[in-house]
Design a protein around this ligand. Structure first.
Ligand code: ADP
Length: 168
């Protein structure tokens, strides 16, 4: 049984992420989508909310499970018998950082491969942060966010806008 782990912030999951998950699910017996706690980022959605959104958009993929992890990814992979880390590679910006992470993870766990799937052209410039910014300005995000999570995303943005208005 070949298991891959696909790590990220997924704050929130976008169609770009979902495209990578669907392609990885065809390549491996099992894919664990792992929400990572990133100390450098202040998330819009809590860890539990991000996991819930991921579960709802991957419900059609029987070999995909969702989990979260606060520790080292290389250790997580070892513990869960993952042979591969899946990464999505977007135009330009991801390469340097991902190359470095792949080197570090391989050093920490030499059994572990990193596999890079190139982003689909329509999602090449899509990121969760761009979606959040566009959301704040009321842009139509139907091409970028899975339909199942649209309501929750819009509600979260509304709460932020209302909160900001109350403070001014
Ligand atoms: P971000 O917050 O930058 O959107 P995440 O930390 O959630 O990114 O990303 C998790 C993984 O998904 C990373 O490997 C990232 O390169 C990849 N990824 C993010 N957005 C896309 C996209 N639009 N297409 C393909 N891969 C993506």
């Amino acid at each position: 049984m070949r298991t891959a782990v696909y790590p990220g912030s997924f704050d929130p999951v976008t169609n770009g992420h979902l495209n990578i998950i669907e392609r990885a699910a065809k390549l491996f017996d099992r894919v664990i989508v792992c929400v990572l706690v990133n100390c450098e980022k202040t998330p819009l959605f809590t860890l539990e909310e991000r996991e819930k959104l991921l579960r709802s958009v991957t419900a059609h993929l029987p070999n995909v499970t969702v989990d979260s992890n606060e520790g080292l990814l290389a250790e997580y992979a070892r513990k869960h018998h993952c042979c591969t880390i899946i990464k999505g590679l977007r135009a330009g910006s991801d390469f340097e950082k991902e190359f470095q992470m792949a080197m570090i993870n391989r050093k920490l766990n030499p059994e572990l491969e990193s596999l890079f799937l190139t982003a689909e052209h329509q999602y090449m410039y899509l990121s969760s942060s761009a979606v959040k910014e566009m959301g704040l300005y009321g842009a139509d995000l139907s091409d970028f966010l899975p339909a199942q999570i649209m309501n929750e995303f819009e509600n979260k943005i509304k709460n932020i806008v209302n909160h900001k208005e109350e403070q001014t």
